[in-house]
Design a protein around this ligand. Structure first.
Ligand code: PGA
Length: 259
């Protein structure tokens, strides 16, 4: 039986990573984005600044709904002796609604699959939306990377119920494409979107799988955004480097908007 895909607004998330370096630059960028993005009401936009700048970006946003706030990470415990960590309750103080979970840059710092699963479940339980990042380090001719990604998804979603799945966003981010200027082709992005949907269908049902938004991330810019969105048929993007310039980020949003 063919089930129509739920119509959703495209979702574009800017991950500022450990940038910029000053409060004034963060506030300036947030203000520029707030005014330049106001006309793109048909696109859901999320900005994930470094945690110390959440307050300033939130202030620059001035309660408008032009963009929402995201966090680049969270701890799965509610509180306690976790030096250097940030809790979900703290994020909620700043109206954070999205949390990036399992980014490859955190995985490479030693974040385990089990921690990712705990973070994802804690985020959903707190009523926030986890953006689960998955992606292979390299592509092998035998297509081993497919089982690698399947395993990343299955572990991250262990003990995640159907109802919980409906809140999850998955970002396919091949590690070789992150920050390298070498994006996946639109065909590859589309193939991976279908593959991720198939894994989710096997784990839950086709209907459940089709409710999950699947993003692409890895060297997205204003030149490749349209093709990746149209031919790749992804539900949006997770943008790193290009989200640090208002012009480049607005350029990506406007390419998606025009598609
Ligand atoms: P990039 O980063 O756009 O700079 O490749 C993407 C990401 O890490 O989310």
């Amino acid at each position: 039986m063919y089930i129509m895909k739920k119509v959703t607004r495209p979702l574009i998330i800017g991950n500022w990573k450990m940038n910029p370096q000053t409060i004034s630059s963060a506030s300036r960028l947030a203000k520029e984005l707030k005014s330049a993005l106001a006309k793109f009401r048909d696109t859901e936009i999320v900005i994930a600044p470094p945690a110390p700048f959440l307050e300033h970006v939130s202030r620059a946003r001035n309660h408008s709904s032009v963009f929402q706030l995201g966090s680049q990470n969270v701890h799965d415990e509610k509180m306690g002796p976790h030096t250097g960590e940030v809790s979900l309750a703290m994020l909620e103080e700043f109206d954070v609604t999205y949390v990036i979970v399992g980014h490859s840059e955190r995985r490479s710092e030693g974040e385990t699959e089990m921690q990712i699963n705990k973070k994802l479940r804690a985020t959903i339980k707190a009523g926030l939306v986890p953006v689960l990042c998955v992606g292979e380090r390299e592509r092998d001719l035998g297509a081993e990377y497919l089982s690698f990604i399947e395993q990343q998804i299955r572990t991250a979603l262990s003990n995640v119920t159907r109802a919980m799945l409906a809140r999850v966003v998955v970002a396919y981010e091949p590690v070789w494409a992150i920050g390298t200027g070498k994006n996946a082709t639109a065909d590859d992005a589309h193939e991976m979107k279908l593959f991720i949907e198939r894994v989710l269908s096997d784990m839950y049902s086709r209907k459940d799988a089709q409710k999950v938004r699947i993003l692409y991330g890895g060297s997205v810019n204003e030149k490749n955004a349209r093709d990746l969105f149209m031919q790749g048929k992804v539900d949006g993007f997770l943008v790193g480097g290009a989200s640090l310039s208002a012009d480049a980020f607005v350029g990506i949003v406007s390419e998606v908007h025009a598609s």
